[in-house]
Design a protein around this ligand. Structure first.
Ligand SMILES: [Zn+2]
Length: 348
C-alpha cells in the first residue's frame, strides 16, 4: 500500500494549546504523532512511503473560500507587522486570536487579531511562519492519494498532518486549517460519486459544512455525542443536509464509553448507506482517537476493534483513500493505525 507522507510537517509545531478549563498545556497535535506512525509503518512488509506531488491551488479553492485561503497565507506576516507597529519585539511565533464573533455577526474586521477569531472557532489553530505551507503540503498528500486511486490502486493512505476534518469552507478549528479529505473528495467527484466516512472520535464538522448542500459527495460521521464532547455545536443526528444535499449527510452520535460491539452496530448502518449510494470512490477520515486510552477521546475501542473496523470497511471492496485525522496517544498511535490499515493491505 502506498503511503503519502512529507517529513516537512514538523516545521508546523505549535508549542501550547489552551485546554478545557483554561489550562495551558503542550499541544496534543504534535510532530511525534507522525513519528509514531512512520516508525510502525516501516516495520510492516506492506507500506511503501512516498512523497506528495505538487498540485495547483485551484483544488484547494474548490472547497475553501478564497478570502479564507488568502488569510491563512498572509496571517503570519500581517501579525508580524501588527506587532512591529505596536513597537513590540515579542518572539511569540504564532497568530492566535483572543476574540471570537458573537453569533449572527458577519462583520469581517481589518485587525489581524480579530481576523484570527473571525476565521476560527476555537484556540487550537495558531498560525506560525510555516503553517500555511505545511497545511498545503498536507492537502497535497490527500490529493496525491486521490490521484493514485485513479490509476487503479485499491487503497492508499494519506498520512496528513495537520489534520483536516474540522476545517470548514471558511474556518479553521480543532488543529485543522485545510480540509484534506474534502479537497481529495472534490477532486475525485469530477469522475463519479464519492462517499466520505469519518471515523474520528470527534464529529467531522468541517466536512459536513463543505458538502452540506451537495448530493455528489455522501458524508457520514460516526462520533462522540456532540452535546457532551468537541466540537459540541455540530454533529447531531437530525443534521441531514440541505437543498440538493438533503439526505446526503448522516451523523451517528454515540455515548461516551462506547465499546467495540456498540461501535460496530453504527458502522454497519453507515456501511449500508455507502453501499446504497454506490460511490466510485470511498474516502475514510481516520482518527485513532477512538482508541480506549486516547487523551482526547472517551470511547473504549480496542486494538482488535480497530482491525475489525478496517476489515469491515475494506470488505466493501471499493477504491479507498484513507486520510489521517486525529489520534493523540503517541505510544499506541502507530500500532493502532497499522492495525486498521493492515485490513486494506491484505485485501487481494
Ligand atoms: Zn478527533
Amino acid at each position: 500500500m502506498q503511503v503519502i507522507y512529507s517529513d516537512t510537517h514538523r516545521k508546523h509545531h505549535p508549542s501550547i494549546q489552551i485546554f478545557g478549563g483554561g489550562e495551558k498545556v503542550p499541544s496534543f497535535e504534535s510532530p511525534e504523532r507522525l513519528d509514531s506512525i512512520v516508525t510502525a509503518l516501516k516495520q510492516t512488509d506492506w507500506a511503501e512511503l512516498r512523497s506528495p506531488e505538487e498540485f495547483e491551488l485551484e483544488h484547494i479553492l474548490a472547497v475553501h473560500a478564497p478570502d479564507y485561503v488568502e488569510y491563512l497565507q498572509n496571517a503570519f506576516n500581517a501579525w508580524k507587522t501588527y506587532k512591529e507597529n505596536l513597537g513590540e519585539t515579542s518572539q511569540n511565533s504564532f497568530v492566535m486570536s483572543d476574540t471570537f464573533p458573537p453569533r449572527r455577526s458577519n462583520r469581517k474586521p481589518t485587525s489581524i487579531v480579530a481576523q484570527a477569531g473571525y476565521y476560527s472557532f476555537d484556540l487550537c489553530c495558531p498560525i506560525g511562519a510555516d503553517t500555511y505551507e505545511i497545511a498545503v503540503t498536507s492537502a497535497n498528500c490527500a490529493l496525491t492519494g486521490a490521484k493514485i486511486l485513479q490509476t487503479g490502486e485499491k487503497s492508499t493512505f494519506a498520512l496528513c498532518r495537520p489534520p483536516g476534518h474540522h476545517a470548514g469552507r471558511d474556518f479553521a478549528g480543532g488543529y485543522c486549517y485545510l480540509n484534506n479529505v474534502a479537497i481529495a473528495a472534490k477532486y475525485l467527484s469530477n469522475q463519479g460519486k464519492v462517499a466520505i466516512l469519518d471515523i474520528d472520535y470527534h464529529a467531522g464538522n468541517g466536512t459536513q459544512d463543505i458538502f452540506y448542500s451537495s448530493s455528489d459527495v455522501l458524508t457520514i460521521s460516526i462520533h462522540a455525542d456532540p452535546a457532551l464532547d468537541y466540537p459540541y455545536f455540530v454533529g447531531y443526528a437530525d443534521e441531514t443536509g440541505e437543498d440538493a444535499g438533503q439526505g446526503y449527510h448522516h451523523n451517528f452520535s454515540l455515548s461516551l464509553g462506547t465499546g467495540d460491539d456498540e461501535y460496530f452496530q453504527s458502522l454497519e448502518k453507515a456501511l449500508e448507506l455507502v453501499k446504497k449510494f454506490m460511490p466510485k470512490y470511498f474516502l475514510i477520515s481516520f482518527g485513532a482517537d477512538i482508541f480506549q486510552s486516547d487523551p482526547l477521546g472517551s470511547f473504549s475501542i480496542s486494538s482488535e476493534g480497530l482491525l475489525e473496523i478496517g476489515t469491515r470497511i475494506s470488505s466493501l471492496n471499493l477504491p479507498t483513500l484513507i486520510v489521517m485525522e486525529g489520534g493523540y496517544n503517541v505510544d499506541t498511535l502507530g500500532l493502532n493505525t497499522c492495525a486498521m490499515l493492515s485490513a486494506f493491505a491484505r485485501r487481494v
